[in-house]
Design a protein around this ligand. Structure first.
Ligand code: K7E
Ligand code: CUA
Length: 658
C-alpha cells in the first residue's frame, strides 16, 4: 500500500514537473522552446557564413549560422595533412618566415574585407599571434592566398583589423621587443630603455595584395586589440594597450599596478601625409612575404629588407593616449564611429569614449602630460560616460546597429546588452562558461545584421559528453532580434575560437565562387594537361613524374627504373573539369602528407624511397564507384641497377629483370 502511494505521488510530481517545464518560465526553459530557431532543414542553406578563428590550431573554420554546422577548415598558418597544406612542394613557401619554415601558429582574429564600412565578402584576414604574420584568405576559393610577416614585432595580437574601405589591415606588437634594426642583445631588465612597440599598417591593393606601407614606433607596452574608426572617425585607428607599467617580469602582478592604462588613438591619415612628405625613416629589417599564384598553383616567397618607420614621440599629431581603466583588452568602435568602447579586464565599469569629445580635447590641448613623448588626453575630456556595474572581467563588445552594445564578461560568464547612448544595462544572459569573444554578423561594421549573437566560450565543463582531460570548445547562439537575448543553440567548435565574423550567405555564395580551375589556364611548369602529356623524366638523381588523375585511374600507373638515392617528385594534375571532384594521392612510406588536388590543379609530392621493392600509391578521396581501383605501383631498384626508367598505363611494361 505504502509503495503504491509513493509511486502515485512520484507520478504526480514528475508529471506536473514535466508539464510545467513545457511552459517557458525562465531563460533556460525559453532556450528549449526556441531551439527550432537554429534548425536548418536538411538540404537547406544557412543564412550566414561564420568565419571562426581556430586559436592554437592555427586554422580558420567555416560554420553556418544559425545551424552551427561545420563546413570547412581552411588551413592558414598551420600545416594540414588532410589538404596537403605545408606538405606539398607548392604550398611549403606559404609558411616561410625570416625564421625559416614555421608550420604552426595561433590565429585569434578574423576580419572580413569592407567597402564603405560594410562587409563585402571578398576576403577574410587572420592574424598569427606567435610568429607575427597576417594572412589573407580568398573567399572565391576559400584558400589562403597571401601571408605577410611583420618585422619589429613579437606576438601580433591587435590584428588583422581593417579600415572601412580595406585601405589598411593593421598589426600591433603584443610583446614589445628591441627593434630588429637595433642591437637586441641587451639585458631583459632594460625594457624601459630598449624595448619598443611597433604598429604596422599593411596596405591592401585592389586584388587584395598586401604591402607593409609603414610602421609607427612607440614606447614599449603590450598592444592588445584594435579597431578602425568608421564614418566620422574614418582616418583613425584605436589600439588598447596594457603593461604601461613597462614590466618585464611577473606581469600578472607588475602590469596590474596602474588604475588606468591607455587606448592609443592613431591618426593614420596624418601618418600617410608624413610618409608622403618623406618623414618615414628607412630601417633595415628582414621579413618574408608569401603569395599564392592561382595560375601556377604554386606559392612564392620574397624576403624584404626595409621598412619605413615614423616616430610617435617626434611627430606629435599622429598618436594620442587616452587613459582607460584597467588593463584594457577589447577596443571596439560602434557602427556610427562616434563611440569607442574600452574593456578593462580588471575594471568594474566600461568606459565609452566619444570621438567628437576626443577631437575637441586634442584641439584644445586638454592634455595630462605625456607618455614616452606621446600626449595623454585627459580622461574626462574624451569620455562619453561609463557603464556602471556591468559585470566582471569585460573583454569584447559588438553592436547590433540598433543602438545597442553587447559585451562579454569572462569572470562573471555572461553577455550583457546595454544602450550605447544612455549607458543603461538592458539585459544579461549567462554563458556556459567564461566567454571570450562574441560575434554578431557585421557586428564591427557600419551595418550589423543584428539577428544572431554567437558567444565563444573558453571553458565547456559539463555541456557536452566528456572526452578525457580536454573538452570541446563551445559556442552558443543567441537570438537577439527581440528585447531579450535568447539562447537557441550550443555547438562545439574545433581549435580554440577567439574572434569570428559572419556575413550573409548570399554575399559570399554569389561572389563568383570558383567551382574548378580551368585546365587551359594551368601554368604549372610540371602540369600534364592530358594523359598524352604524362611522362617520367630523370635529371641526375631527380625523377619527375608528370602524372594525371581522372576517374578512375592515374597516368602512368606503373613506373620502373627508380633507384635508391633518387628523389621522386610526383606532379599530379587533376584533369577533371567538374565541381566537387578532387583526387587524392598517397604513397607508402612518404614522410609527408597526401596531396588533395582540386579539378584543374597540379600539386607535387616529394618522395625519397628508403627501400628496394614495389611500393603502391592510390587515390585517397572517394571519387567514383571505381575509386578503389584508382591505384598504381612503383618499382624501386638498388642504386646502380640498370633497370631502365619506364612508365605505362593500361599496357604491360616490357619486363626488365635484373
Ligand atoms: Cu580576447 Cu586573443 Cu582577441 Cu581571445 S583575445 S578571447
Ligand atoms: Cu580519385 Cu578516388
Amino acid at each position: 500500500m505504502k509503495n503504491k502511494f509513493v509511486k502515485a505521488m512520484l507520478v504526480l510530481v514528475l508529471g506536473s514537473a514535466l508539464l510545467t517545464s513545457c511552459k517557458p518560465k525562465d531563460s533556460s526553459d525559453a532556450a528549449i522552446g526556441d531551439a527550432e530557431k537554429a534548425y536548418v532543414a536538411p538540404g537547406k542553406y544557412d543564412e550566414f557564413y561564420n568565419f571562426v578563428s581556430g586559436g592554437f590550431s592555427g586554422q580558420l573554420s567555416v560554420y553556418g549560422l544559425p545551424s552551427g554546422r561545420l563546413f570547412r577548415v581552411i588551413p592558414v598558418f598551420s600545416v594540414d595533412p588532410e589538404k596537403g597544406w605545408g606538405y606539398s612542394e607548392e604550398t611549403k613557401p606559404m609558411l616561410n618566415t625570416s625564421h625559416g619554415f614555421v608550420p604552426w601558429d595561433d590565429l585569434h582574429h578574423t576580419e572580413m574585407s569592407q567597402t564603405n564600412g560594410e562587409v563585402d565578402g571578398r576576403w577574410v584576414f587572420g592574424n598569427a599571434n606567435n610568429t607575427p604574420r597576417i594572412a589573407r584568405i580568398d573567399l572565391k576559393t576559400f584558400k589562403t592566398a597571401e601571408i605577410i610577416e611583420l618585422p619589429n614585432s613579437g606576438g601580433n595580437h591587435s590584428s588583422p583589423f581593417i579600415t572601412e574601405n580595406t585601405e589598411y589591415v593593421v598589426a600591433g606588437t603584443r610583446f614589445s621587443v628591441p627593434a630588429d634594426y637595433s642591437d637586441g642583445d641587451v639585458p631583459i631588465n632594460t625594457y624601459k630603455q630598449n624595448f619598443k612597440g611597433h604598429i604596422s599598417f599593411v596596405k591592401v591593393g585592389k586584388e587584395g595584395e598586401m604591402d607593409l606601407a609603414f610602421q609607427i614606433v612607440t614606447p614599449g607596452v603590450n598592444f592588445d586589440l584594435s579597431h578602425a574608426g568608421k564614418g566620422k572617425s574614418h582616418g583613425w585607428f584605436f589600439f588598447s594597450c596594457y603593461n604601461t607599467e613597462q614590466a618585464n617580469t611577473l606581469l600578472e602582478v607588475n602590469a596590474s599596478q596602474k588604475d588606468k592604462d591607455f587606448i592609443m588613438a592613431v591618426n593614420w591619415k596624418k601618418a600617410e601625409e608624413y610618409i608622403k612628405a618623406g618623414k618615414g625613416k628607412k630601417q633595415a629589417v628582414k621579413y618574408v612575404h608569401n603569395k599564392w599564384n592561382e595560375k601556377t598553383h604554386s606559392a612564392t616567397s620574397e624576403t624584404k629588407t626595409e621598412v619605413l618607420v615614423l616616430d610617435a614621440a617626434a611627430l606629435k599629431d599622429i598618436c594620442y593616449m587616452i587613459p582607460c581603466p584597467k588593463s584594457p583588452h577589447g577596443c571596439d568602435v560602434d557602427p556610427s564611429g562616434e563611440y569607442i568602447v574600452g574593456s578593462g579586464k580588471l575594471a568594474a565599469l566600461i568606459p565609452v569614449f566619444s570621438f567628437d569629445k576626443l577631437m575637441g580635447a586634442i584641439k584644445d590641448k586638454k592634455f595630462d602630460g605625456d607618455y614616452g613623448g606621446i600626449n595623454v588626453v585627459k580622461y574626462e575630456a574624451a569620455l562619453h560616460g561609463e557603464v556602471q556595474k556591468p559585470g566582471l572581467g569585460p573583454l569584447h563588445t559588438e553592436f547590433d546597429g540598433k543602438g545597442n552594445a553587447y559585451t562579454t564578461f569572462f569572470v562573471s560568464s555572461e553577455v550583457v546588452k546595454w544602450d550605447i547612448k544612455s549607458l543603461k544595462v538592458l539585459d544579461r544572459v549567462p554563458t556556459y562558461y567564461s566567454v571570450g569573444h562574441l560575434c554578431i554578423p557585421g557586428g564591427d561594421s557600419k551595418k550589423p545584421f543584428g539577428k544572431y549573437l554567437v558567444a565563444y566560450n573558453k571553458i565547456t565543463k559539463d555541456r557536452y559528453l566528456p572526452t578525457g582531460p580536454e573538452l570541446a570548445q563551445s559556442a552558443q547562439i543567441f537570438d537577439i532580434s527581440g528585447d531579450k537575448m535568447k539562447l537557441i543553440l550550443d555547438f562545439p567548435t574545433i581549435g580554440e575560437p577567439h574572434y569570428a565574423q559572419a556575413a550573409p550567405a548570399d554575399l559570399i555564395r554569389n561572389n563568383g565562387q570558383l567551382k574548378f580551375y580551368k585546365i587551359g589556364d594551368n601554368n604549372h611548369p610540371f602540369a600534364a594537361k592530358g594523359e598524352k602529356e604524362s611522362k617520367v623524366t630523370r635529371q641526375g638523381n631527380q625523377v619527375h613524374v608528370y602524372m594525371t588523375s581522372i576517374r578512375s585511374h592515374f597516368g602512368p600507373d606503373n613506373i620502373e627504373g627508380i633507384k635508391m638515392g633518387d628523389e621522386v617528385y610526383f606532379h599530379v594534375t587533376n584533369l577533371e573539369q567538374d565541381w566537387d571532384v578532387p583526387h587524392g594521392f598517397g604513397i607508402k612510406g612518404a614522410n609527408t602528407a597526401e596531396l588533395l588536388i582540386m579539378p584543374g590543379e597540379t600539386a607535387t609530392l616529394k618522395w625519397t624511397p628508403d627501400r628496394v621493392g614495389i611500393l603502391p600509391f592510390y587515390c585517397t578521396d572517394f571519387c567514383s564507384a571505381l575509386h578503389q581501383e584508382m591505384q598504381g605501383y612503383i618499382r624501386v631498384s638498388p642504386a646502380g641497377s640498370n633497370v631502365p626508367l619506364s612508365f605505362s598505363l593500361g599496357t604491360n611494361l616490357p619486363a626488365a629483370t635484373k
